[in-house]
Design a protein around this ligand. Structure first.
Ligand code: HMG
Length: 399
């Protein structure tokens, strides 16, 4: 495997995960929906899905992921917070501003929210690299945080989930260097979108799958045409995972484009490590690709000096193929135990409790509601009053 020579390395210096409080078993959902559980566990490749508690949202999850990073690095170097989400809580104010405050970051910080369906997180990562390139002392906190929620009893319901991934982007990164060059693809299509007046998306599921595959192929072809690496140069691949089987479909398409046989053994060898966390969490939209990356890094052999190919897809649609080069020694910087614990400590939830959470609504008429403590993470939504969300930090005693 060729080693990459990057002139001015910029990339991921630290990376951390958070997810919601509850987990719904898809076996139970299958029973309620009268379908064979194999459709969810094998056909979609999902076994549980995160269900956030009533006092959790994208801000509390993003802050919980970012807190781990801020605790270990000099927060004074973080000059920008970019939060990518498609579960926005406000049409105007960036969720990044709430997170900046909850984390106690200096007021001399830029805080912005970005959106393009599940692709938004990758745009934030690329824009962060541009800021660091301009000023190598500048660090950018990239946050991806989403709650994937579909209509009850719809085809998408089994793919729901929630998570946040925080990444610290800097010069001389300790985890992964963002390789120069990307393959891009944009097309104005209606496969999945959420008009402002809806809390769940409009989805043409079958169309979305075929558009994702087409976008993956076109983004790869653009990457190749611009002098990107050969497919054999990548030691591993990560795909956006609305459900884990989707990564298999997309990788099979890329292998077929190269005339490489995509049998189950080859697909498992290339992808199984990237799907461990996503299979348990479900879709986390902007975070999903990076949850897959963390799953890969926490389970694969040492990839030091080797390249990982990433395919980001956001409905609507935008796709990007790019490479990360793993920094020698990166494994010492991983939070494998904390990542596994965040997933393992979710409280199993009954179908009835899941439905009660789905039916729970925050006031939309300006009245006040103080929320009962439902979650156990470091941050929670305490109240809504006068159309404003009020958050609080908990002072947790580490076990
Ligand atoms: P569906 O149409 O109900 O499922 O929902 P299906 O009938 O296509 O079955 C799914 C698979 O299970 C099939 O395998 C079946 O054969 C298999 P495939 O043909 O795909 O290989 N199956 C079984 N396997 C084993 N044992 C059984 C069994 N029964 C069936 N007993 C659909 C599937 C994806 C349409 C639905 O989940 C959906 O609408 N999901 C939401 C949209 C979505 O996830 N799209 C993915 C691409 S778009 C994207 O990734 C962007 C997104 O993240 C949003 C964003 O960008 O913001 C969604």
């Amino acid at each position: 495997m060729e080693r990459i020579d990057v002139v001015s390395p910029i990339g991921i210096h630290d990376i951390a995960l958070a997810t919601g409080h509850y987990a719904l078993n898809l076996g139970e959902l299958a029973e309620r929906r009268g379908v064979d559980p194999g459709k969810y566990t094998v056909g979609l490749g999902q076994t549980t899905q995160t269900v956030p508690a009533t006092d959790e949202d994208i801000v509390t999850m993003a802050a919980a992921a970012a807190k781990q990073i801020v605790a270990e690095h000099d927060a004074g170097n973080i000059r920008t917070v970019l939060l990518a989400t498609e579960t926005g809580i406000d049409q105007s104010k960036a969720a990044a501003v709430y997170v900046q405050d909850l984390l106690g970051l200096p007021s001399s910080t830029r805080a912005v929210e970005l959106k393009q369906a599940c692709y938004g997180g990758t745009s934030a990562l690329q824009f962060a690299a541009g800021l660091v390139h301009r000023d190598p002392d500048h660090q950018v906190l990239v946050l991806t945080s989403d709650i994937a929620k579909y209509d009850v009893d719809s085809a998408g319901e089994a793919t729901q989930g929630a998570a946040a991934v925080a990444m610290l982007v800097s010069a001389d990164p300790a985890v992964a260097v963002l390789e120069p060059g990307s393959g891009l693809y944009t097309a104005n299509v209606q496969d999945f979108w959420r008009p402002n007046y809806r809390s769940t998306p409009m989805v043409d599921g079958k169309l979305s799958v075929s558009l994702y595959l087409e976008a993956a192929e076109q983004a790869w072809k653009d990457y190749e045409a611009r002098g990107g690496r050969a497919i054999e140069d990548f030691a591993a691949f990560c795909y956006h995972q609305p459900f884990t089987r989707m990564a298999y479909k997309a990788h099979a398409r890329l292998l077929e484009v190269h005339g490489i046989g995509a049998d189950q053994e080859r697909l498992d060898a290339d992808l199984a490590h990237t799907t461990v966390y996503n299979r348990l969490i479900g879709n986390s939209y902007t975070a999903s690709l990076y949850v897959g990356l963390m799953s890969l890094l926490d389970h694969a052999e040492d990839l030091s000096g080797r390249s990982v190919g990433l395919l980001s897809y956001g409905s609507g649609c935008v796709a990007e193929f790019f490479g990360l080069s793993m920094v020698p020694g990166y494994r010492q910087r991983l939070r494998t135990a904390a990542n596994r614990a965040a997933i393992a400590r979710r409280e199993p939830i009954s179908y009835e409790r899941y439905r009660a959470i789905r039916d729970f609504e925050l006031p939309v008429d300006g009245s006040s509601k103080v929320l009962e403590a439902d979650s156990a993470g470091p941050f929670r939504l305490r109240a809504v009053t006068g159309h404003s969300r009020m958050y609080e930090a908990r002072h947790l005693i580490q076990a």
